[in-house]
Design a protein around this ligand. Structure first.
Ligand SMILES: Nc1nc2c(ncn2[C@@H]2O[C@H](COP(=O)(O)OP(=O)(O)O)[C@@H](O)[C@H]2O)c(=O)[nH]1
Ligand SMILES: [Mg+2]
Length: 694
């Protein structure tokens, strides 16, 4: 079965962990007829949580894709993970979807991830709705959660469904648009449609009024008619809602209890009827000139698609998830990978229900599918029909916040580890690895301890190797505090040619971050021009290992002021060695200082943890730069030495019972002194510098 762009809907199901996303996804597939028997997350058999690591941990780790066929439309649902450790997979779903459904727990209301996801969606101007679940729970309250959303996000959600009864007496929902009630049935039976009970008629009328107002907002002529006549007919209501939602002028709200199959049919109907099709969407491209522009999703143009995700399957090998933006994707054809500048064969093409692949003969613009065995495809690649110069903007992912140094327990397994890390980084764009030549460590980084542990567990299991991890070393630097000068003569008399070179230099501090400046102030050929590169090499070698703790030296100007040469014995090597030693001499006189990396840290916590987080940060030598509070969630901005943050994701988790989160990036280097500096120097006592003498 093939679809056209106007009949595709892409819906991301996102929200705080444990709010019921995977359960809702499962039940929507059931209500839409895509599966015949719904399973629970606990059984490990849901369509959404199918990877071994998800089944073992009973939480979503990867985004799963499945679809429902309804009224000739294909609704793609993305079940995304809730933990901020897996943000990367949520962001790719936002990129691929024209609508996001944020799931909230009817008891807890707005939670910390709800706020972060909301902000992300705001930045994308993405149309969104809210699904308030767990209405079968005694502590749940649909209207209180709507109030909570209103207070925290300063928008008034517009209910499309309203609940009948509460907690144990919850009997189902009313679809305000369709003016029908949907009653919970026993067991795995879909909710049953019926007339609206008398006692809810007023509430439904009031809710419809609000929906009509929202629809009128979408269109000036509708607004005029509504103000004039006081009503809209169903056709107009429908058109108005579609337009208003596409422009994100209102946020529809839905309620239900997914495990009881409640609230699903009206939601599916709304998605078919009012959620924008991909035709309403634009995607940003960048051409060779770095200029950004937006192009519409358009089935009539030649093929252009974006690889949004890469997974590896035991049976099918590499799976490349592709969102088609223009034209259509056809299997067994040749395409062009713009990012890799390479022709690439598109092999077989699939759509999927979770892990189950279904082969298809084409994929239209706006749809998302999977290509297998296309060697060059990787996440973020732009695929086109021919040799084009533009590419789509890459997924905007956050910087890693948690790092660990890792090595194979047995030296012989290092290669296997290396290959596995490459693969892991292909699969998850928020996961990075890097060999740090300075600290001689392989450092892996990601969004949190949970993500890192899951990746390492998977590598251990798949590669059958043992791994060792430790806290990564900090890349300290050295600099100078004042001007100084020194001279050094390198002289060696061996048989035949001797070695001779004399260098006089002055060094001076530069501004933080300026790095290094080399000034040749020699007049009159005291050091001939052809030896100057040798002098500079010597300076650079001298700076590679400072005189305090062998860390690289930064922010220094080196001025070569005088020297001496010998017509026979001088050589580039002689001057290099002279300069290296002169630099070290000068540095000792110039008030050497240790520098440590300082990070910009932004912490998000519920207000009740604010005091504890602040005092922890001050214990970590943090400097608080500012603090904001939006709807019960505090945002703290601080500068904190990296050495204090090496295990911050673990510390913050224990302070905030797992609810806090943070972002960080490098700010600058700052001097350290006293005991802190002494400890750093002590820890490097046994460090050996290997330098060649030639
Ligand atoms: N009583 C009740 N339990 C629910 C509801 N929705 C989800 N759950 C349960 O909440 C737990 C977490 O659900 P899950 O779908 O994994 O949440 P996710 O982390 O958002 O994907 C599971 O045990 C579900 O059975 C609901 O509407 N009512
Ligand atoms: Mg889940």
């Amino acid at each position: 079965m093939s679809y056209t762009t106007e009949n595709v809907r892409n819906v991301s199901i996102a929200g705080h962990g444990g709010t019921g996303k995977t359960t809702l996804f499962e039940r929507l597939l059931f209500a839409g007829g895509a599966i015949s028997k719904p399973e629970t997350v606990e059984s490990g058999k849901t369509v959404g949580d199918y990877s071994p690591e998800e089944i073992e941990r009973k939480i979503s780790i990867h985004t799963a894709l499945a679809h429902v066929d309804r009224e000739g439309k294909k609704i793609n649902f993305f079940d995304t993970p809730g933990s901020s450790d897996f943000t990367g997979d949520v962001i790719l779903s936002f990129r691929a979807c024209e609508f996001a459904l944020l799931v909230l727990d009817g008891r807890a209301g707005v939670q910390i991830e709800t706020i972060k996801l909301w902000r992300n969606l705001e930045g994308r101007e993405k149309p969104r709705g809210v699904f308030i679940g767990r209405l079968d729970d005694d502590k749940a309250d649909y209207h209180r959660v709507l109030e909570d959303i209103k207070e925290k996000f300063k928008i008034d959600p517009v209910p499309v469904t309203i609940p009948m009864g509460r907690g144990g007496a919850f009997t189902g929902v009313i679809d305000v648009l369709g003016n029908r009630a949907y009653l919970i049935q026993n067991g795995d039976t879909p909710e049953k449609e019926g007339p609206v009970p008398e006692e809810y008629k007023d509430a439904v009328d009031a809710a419809r009024e609000k929906l009509i107002e929202a629809a009128a907002e979408g269109d000036d002529t509708l607004m005029e008619k509504y103000l004039d006549k006081g009503f809209l007919d169903p056709e107009e209501l429908h058109t108005g809602l579609v337009e208003a939602l596409a422009e994100h002028k209102f946020v529809p709200a839905f309620g239900g209890a997914a495990p009881k199959n409640s609230g699903l049919i009206p939601l599916l109907d709304f998605i078919c009827g009012a959620v924008p099709s991909p035709l309403s969407a634009r995607d940003t491209i960048q051409d060779g000139s770095e200029e950004k522009k937006k192009i519409p999703v358009d089935p009539e143009k030649p093929l252009a698609a974006l690889v949004i995700k890469t997974t590896f399957d035991q049976f099918s090998g590499k799976l490349s998830w592709v969102k088609v933006i223009t034209g259509k994707l056809i299997p067994d054809t040749e395409a062009f990978n713009v990012t890799e500048n390479k022709k690439e064969r598109v092999g077989k093409l699939y759509i999927c229900q979770g892990k189950k692949l279904e082969e298809v003969r084409e994929l239209c613009a706006g749809d998302v599918g999977i290509v297998t065995k296309s060697a060059s495809f990787k996440t973020n690649d732009t695929i086109t029909a021919g040799d084009t110069s533009f590419h789509f903007l890459q997924l905007a992912l956050p910087e890693p916040v948690h790092s660990v140094a890792v090595n194979a327990a047995a030296k012989k397994d290092e290669d296997k580890l290396g290959e596995a890390l490459v693969k892991a980084a292909d699969e998850d764009k928020t996961f990075r690895y890097q060999y740090n030549a300075e600290t001689k460590e392989t450092v892996i980084s990601g969004m949190g301890e949970l993500q890192i542990n899951i990746i390492l567990d998977k590598i251990k299991a798949n590669q059958k190797i043992e791994l060792e991890t430790h806290v990564p070393k900090v890349a300290y630097r050295e600099t100078i505090g004042k001007k100084a000068g020194a001279e050094y003569t390198h002289k060696k008399q061996t048989g035949g040619h001797g070695q001779y070179g004399k260098v006089m230099m002055e060094i001076a501090p530069l501004k933080r971050g300026e790095g290094y400046r080399f000034v040749n102030a020699i007049f009159g050929g005291a050091i001939p021009k052809n030896y100057i590169p040798g002098v500079e090499k010597g300076v650079i070698e001298g700076m590679a290992h400072g005189t305090m703790a062998h860390y690289p030296v930064v922010d220094v100007e080196v001025k070569i002021v005088d020297g001496k040469y010998h017509p026979v014995d001088s050589s580039e090597l002689s001057f290099k060695l002279a300069a290296r030693n002169a630099f070290r001499e000068a540095m000792k006189q110039a008030g050497p200082t240790l520098l440590e990396p300082v990070m910009n840290l932004t912490v998000f916590v519920e207000e009740k943890y604010l005091g504890d987080v602040m005092s922890d940060l001050s214990g970590k030598r943090g400097k608080i730069l500012g603090q904001d509070s939006v709807g019960g969630i505090a945002e703290i901005r601080a500068e904190v030495p990296q050495a204090e943050l090496l295990r911050y994701s673990i510390d913050l988790r224990s302070i905030t019972s797992g609810t806090g989160s943070f972002t960080m990036d490098f700010a600058h280097y700052a001097p350290i002194s006293g005991r802190i500096a002494e400890d750093v120097i002590k820890a490097r006592e046994h460090f050996k510098v290997t330098e060649t003498e030639e």
